[in-house]
Design a protein around this ligand. Sequence first.
Ligand code: GRF
Length: 207
Amino acid sequence: MSGKKRVAVLISGRGSNMTALIEAAKARDYPCEIALVLSNRPDARGLGTAKAEGIEAVALDHKQFSGRECFERAMQATLVAHGIELVALAGFMRLLTPWFVGQWDGRMINIHPALLPSFKGLHTHERAMEAGCKIHGCTVHWVTPGMDEGPIIAQAALAVRGDDTPDSLAARVLGLEHKLYPAALAHVATNGYAEATLPAGEALFGI
Ligand code: GRF
């Protein structure tokens, strides 16, 4: 037994945050192993990346199921079959029902490309720029039934530049995400739900 927490990463596409978690988990003292990557899209680029790393990668095409509940029950069976202890959503683009969220209460986290509680949902970089934000960033939070609403675990922020476009801002925030998510997952794996907020001074990564 390695003593490492068995983590599943749920993706729908590119999987760059998944890759950051896989890379971090290669460190001997990282408290998790990425035991499974699960995608609701068979064409998700991240599936190939995970397989190339020797990680079990499963596609469950949500369109092949008769409804959300059936799809989620299949996901749940897969997670249980792989002995998963923690779930990390990383660009997983399906809304989850209260039933599924309840199965992973206090054991499922998500990364969101904005400083919550501002800019829940999509197109966060465009919206932050339109709002004239001078500071923008990303958030790792617990997953609860309300979208992007769970308790905040960690955040990282950067300054919006005068010449930023939504794309340039997205690229810099993504770089922050790749640092924040592995740090937050390690913290959660070590400390569990009750204490899963990074100590002051550790939550902010500058640029
Ligand atoms: C990231 O920006 C993440 O914050 C959001 O979806 C995007 C996924 O990107 N939830 P990737 O698939 O990890 O590259």
